[in-house]
Write a protein that binds this ligand. Sequence first.
Ligand code: ADP
Ligand code: MG
Length: 383
Amino acid sequence: MKLFLKTVKTAVSCAIATALLCCGCGAAGAWRGAEENPGTAQRDGGHADSAGHTVGEPWQYADTAMGTVVQQTIYTKDEEKAEDFAEQAMEVLRRLEREQISWRLDTSEVYRANTYAGSEDGFLLSEELSVLLESCQLLWERSDGAFDVTLGAAIRLWNIDKWAAGEAVEDFLPPSEEELARALATCGSQRMRLVREASAGPLRLFLPKGTQLDLGAVGKGLAMENLNRLLIQHPDVTAAVISLGGSILTYGSKPDDSPWRVGIVNPFDTSDSIGILTLEGQWCISTSGDYERYVDLDGVRYHHILDPKTGAPAVSEVRGVTILMKDGLLDDGLSTACFILGPEKGMALTEQYGAEALFVMADGRLELSEGMKQYFTENQNRK
Ligand code: ADP
Ligand code: MG
């Protein structure tokens, strides 16, 4: 039995190179929006092999993992190799969720670490989570607390996991002030202690009672890191684009050496794009926005990025922010932090990481870091 729903290969297979950064959007929506952009890369003719696959065209797969749609576009010689890679990639993502980052599954490291909150002995982390949490703590410091992986209690209170873009959430009621205050009293990365036991190796995590980790803001970043590693182990795959909701990884060069063209979703109309990034080789692109997961109630939008100061959805002049960098992990974390911080503080932060940023403001203005300008072409007909 095939593990994947293989998307139909069409003459417009260039669509993959223009996947929209649209959390949870389906494949069709992804390329429809990108196709509306002027100058979309066109593929050269190519010729069909015996299996009916046009030589030089990629293989495409769509499936779900980590609560989002995963779209893979894989450039390799034959279908068997493509399928083999695509299956391994899905297993990597599912393992990541199951064994490392889920707060919900009792098989995961984060789940187990949370059960040790309040324990005097703490919890010995794996090497990978040690590196991750150390980076998260530094990002917390540098973002002035805007990015915080200890918001677990507040996030549970809002029931964010149940939200999806534009879907009605039954019986939604914002938490009361008292509930928020109680949850917030357990939050804050100043409460998280990471202790190195030897000069190298894993760290021991100490959390006070009630403090709960939530790695939702860096999960896709960790996934991009893992997928990049998997790609390097597969020299047969010469190029790929993998989209995980709001995060996209590009890798290698297409057979015709044309660049990747990645559309960025327009927060004002998620079927439209705000513009396109034209990129060569390996990049990670992450977007955070108030249109990805939310509930609208009585004219108020409750979205999934919380301000650690209030425990409530961040009130921001930003509708969406896209971060471009080589490193996946921090790319994802930075987009969340920058949504809360806004362009001025956000750009100062991204500069420290050598990342580029693009902010879509609530009044429709775009704010770009200097370095972003060379990659970004605005969609002049955006809605
Ligand atoms: P997505 O999960 O849609 O890719 P983000 O990367 O912006 O979006 O991460 C949002 C998720 O991160 C939330 O669903 C929640 O689990 C967690 N989160 C919310 N607010 C914060 C915050 N201020 N700092 C760190 N994590 C957060
Ligand atoms: Mg993020």
